[in-house]
Design a protein around this ligand. Structure first.
Ligand code: ZN
Length: 98
């Protein structure tokens, strides 16, 4: 299955937690290297999580993890949409690939 922004959003949390297999990890890293909006989003997310990790040592509850997942997907789609509007279409090739 080709990697695109929507699929990356589905796998992003598992990727950041190191829970993906090597094949999926490689697909995500290749997409991040070629897609400006996803790369920027992941850097922002990693910064947010490192700050949050300093506030609590508790593991993330499942419901909070799910909410974060939903928010990530929505924000990632919005950030990619903005990138297209600004004349930088990193996501167009993924949409045309199918
Ligand atoms: Zn992307």
């Amino acid at each position: 299955m080709p990697m695109n922004c929507e699929r990356l959003a589905d796998l992003l949390i598992d990727y950041l937690e190191g829970a993906l297999g090597p094949a999926d990890t490689q697909c995500i890293e290749e997409h991040l290297a070629s897609c400006a909006c996803c790369g920027k989003f992941v850097r922002t997310y990693q910064t947010t999580m490192s700050v949050a990790g300093e506030l609590t040592e508790e593991p993330m509850p499942d419901d909070l993890r799910y909410q974060l997942h939903v928010n990530l997907r929505q924000r990632l789609k919005l950030s990619c949409h903005d990138a297209v509007v600004e004349g930088d279409p990193p996501c167009a090739s993924a949409e045309n690939a199918e």
